[in-house]
Design a protein around this ligand. Sequence first.
Ligand code: SIN
Length: 295
Amino acid sequence: MKVRKLAYSLGAEVTDLDLREPQSDAIINEIREAWLEHLVLCFPRQDLSPDELVAFTARFGKLDDDRAGSLWNLPDHPKVNIIANKPVEIGAKTIVPVIADKWHTDLSFALRPSSATWLNAKQLPPIGGDTMFASMYAAYDALSPSMQGFIGGLEGMHDVSMSPDWGRYTPEIQARRRGTHPPVVHPVVRTHPESGRKGIFAGGFLRKLIGFTEQESRPIIDLLNTHATDYPFVYRHKWSKDDLLMWDNRCTMHNAVQDYDRTQLRLLHRATLLAEKSGRYYEAENASSAPASMS
Ligand code: SIN
């Protein structure tokens, strides 16, 4: 396989592989090394069936199955989700749209967020529909030692209801999502379990900082998210049909840019890998620091 860097802080293209074919352990290890080094990998021209996507991605660990409560999975493939900007009918099932146009880490509102996410592009608008990625290592490294020290002691509460899609869900779906995912607490700086490097863990689901009121937390969270997604830390992926992207959620954030004609269908197949447990459930704080709707 050939690996070619695509941007300064993260992103590489991997070619000379046909991922519909079974891969040797040596190739899986090479891919894994490239993924840990470049954080986001693009494998062009990989038109994988759901079975082929599962067969390839399961080589990297335990795949996430149906934590979303079957809102998005293919009816006969619980480990493959449909990411589409419009409702998609598959047999008797209607897949709910996903529009992730806010910087985030997949499933940061879970005790075990995703470590890897794969997206395979099946149908794209003629122009736009890009996804941006940012390196949380580069963002952390660029902070002053004083700021690194300050945020190194912080923890944050991640809440599924901060999802950019939240307002589009029915009350039933909102209740299901809250039930499956009560708010959780993660450190604001996490050490990557494989590279040992530190990265910022913030993003759109981060609602408040533990020990701070929501009002006090907001400017700090906004500062972190704005800093973490500054141009030098970002790779912007322009999709081609059949691209397969694989990224490391433990050290990146991403944002699905809504720069396209929304009457056109944008549809991708997604698989995710369960990460190590890094959070704990949120327990209500005293009234002055609890979030407004929970106090
Ligand atoms: C996601 O947030 O996992 C989806 C990203 C995308 O639609 O590009």
